[in-house]
Design a protein around this ligand. Structure first.
Ligand code: ADP
Ligand code: MG
Length: 421
């Protein structure tokens, strides 16, 4: 797969690295006991620590640390047994402390990899540079009063994982595949719900362009893109903008930009000159985070089967194609449903019923795999009726439609049909 931009001076390659902020699934915040539930009334989930009252001290939440370790393990990454929290200083009304507690020099997770699949069936490995833990900020509300702004601190202090990729991505499609794969792994692990609309996963997109074989050129960073489609569109727009600058004899300035999806273009947010100086230093209120190898090992041993492993096993155990196995493992609930249907039966027949007739029925009845009118057990029984020649393939289609409508077992549908219902 190669993606190139045809310029007047020849072909250009794009170079992309992604920084993803993923909200950690946990009951309470990274350094306080306040709740993390989404959608609460403003400022009902704020402890004195989150509001940065004088004298309040942060206390690390072990559940969040475990989630970061589990995520690192799921990304085949190095777990650093010693890491450290630093203060990233900046002043903004949604940040009562005047600094964010983050990990700068010593992140909890080091290098790892994610394998992505492209539409043409190729796979590629994208490097992970690091994963670190940090606090989220609050949210300013500008639409409640004509003259005043308000602040909601429910989100302040919620744990985020920042997952940074190497500049290994070479096409908008690869960026899309990377984000889908990352989200899938996080969901399997249960460490982030991956819900981009609610903001629990958002991406900063670093883009540069170069001629093949050249060293990297200057990049721009597009902040806070909140859907996979917009990430892909932003890369395309930004790469085209940069190619035009270089070809007209200009130079691309390193800057932070925003993507305007209604106009399909990026625009300057701040240039390098007004880049923040965060004056990082180790947070004196927190000890270095030192992990026991035995704890990491036990978290490792308890990880669920992840998508790549499940896909390979499905191919092997049920004799299905790489493509079909990929469709089934895309969501864990679908994979579980399929296994219930396929176990001890014809795996290929099971895949065609699940991804064909069942998916069509879910679509038609606006249901999901979790609320499916036909349970996996009933679909399995129906395959048994086909296998023992009680019904043939054509009748099975009719029996299945009855099952969708009535939610009954195949025998009930078949008997009703046999009796001429
Ligand atoms: P910073 O700390 O300023 O954000 P990093 O070196 O940590 O800078 O890089 C941040 C992101 O930018 C990473 O995802 C990295 O892969 C990506 N990146 C670095 N150089 C380039 C480049 N020349 N083109 C595109 N992306 C890049
Ligand atoms: Mg950055």
């Amino acid at each position: 797969m190669s993606y190139v931009i045809e310029g007047q001076t020849g072909q250009w390659e794009i170079v992309v690295g992604l920084e993803v902020h993923a909200q950690v699934v946990s009951h309470s915040k990274l350094f306080s006991g306040a709740s993390t539930t989404f959608g609460g009334d403003p400022n009902t989930q704020v402890s004195l620590v989150d509001a940065a009252f004088p004298g309040m001290l942060p206390v690390i939440n072990h559940a969040c640390v475990a989630q970061a370790i589990r995520t690192g393990l799921g990304l085949n990454a190095q777990i650093n047994l010693t890491s450290r929290f630093d203060r990233k200083n900046y002043f903004y009304a949604d940040l009562p402390q005047g600094y964010q507690i983050s990990q700068f020099e010593h992140p909890i997770v080091g290098t790892g990899t994610i394998t992505i699949e492209l539409a043409n069936g190729e796979t590629r490995s994208i490097g992970i540079t690091r994963l670190h833990l940090e606090q989220d900020a609050g949210k300013l509300l500008h639409d409640q009063d004509p003259t005043k702004s308000f602040v909601d601190l429910n989100r302040a202090g919620v744990a985020l994982m920042e997952i940074v990729s190497e500049p290994d991505i070479r096409a908008p499609e690869e960026a899309g595949a990377y984000l889908r794969k990352l989200r899938q792994i996080l969901r399997y692990l249960g460490t982030c719900d991956g819900n981009m609309e609610e903001g629990s996963m958002r991406a900063d997109v670093n883009v540069s362009v170069r001629k093949a074989g050249e060293p990297f050129r200057t990049r721009c960073e597009i902040k806070n893109v909140n859907s996979i489609r917009f990430v892909m569109q932003a890369i395309e727009a930004e790469a085209a903008r940069q190619v035009e600058i270089w070809e007209n004899g200009g130079t691309v300035d390193q800057e932070t930009r925003l993507f305007d999806h209604t106009k399909g273009e990026t625009r300057t947010m701040r240039s390098k000159e007004d880049a923040h100086d965060y004056r990082y230093f180790p947070d004196p209120d927190l000890l270095p985070l030192v992990l026991e190898q035995s704890w990491v090992d036990s978290l490792h041993a308890a990880l669920p089967e992840l998508p790549d492993a499940k896909r390979a096993r499905f191919q092997q155990e049920y004799g299905i194609t790489f493509y079909d196995a990929g469709v089934l493992v895309a969501e864990q609930a679908v994979a579980d449903y399929y296994e219930t249907v396929a176990r001890g039966r014809d795996g290929k027949l099971a895949v065609s019923w699940v991804t064909g007739d069942l998916f069509a029925a879910l679509n038609r009845t606006s249901t999901t795999i979790e609320t499916s009118p036909v349970s996996a057990a009933s679909l399995g029984k129906m395959l048994d009726l086909i296998a023992d020649s009680t019904i043939n393939g054509k009748i099975a289609k009719e029996v299945f439609e009855d099952m969708v409508e009535t939610g009954e077992d195949p025998e009930a549908s078949w008997n009703a049909r046999a009796c001429g219902r």
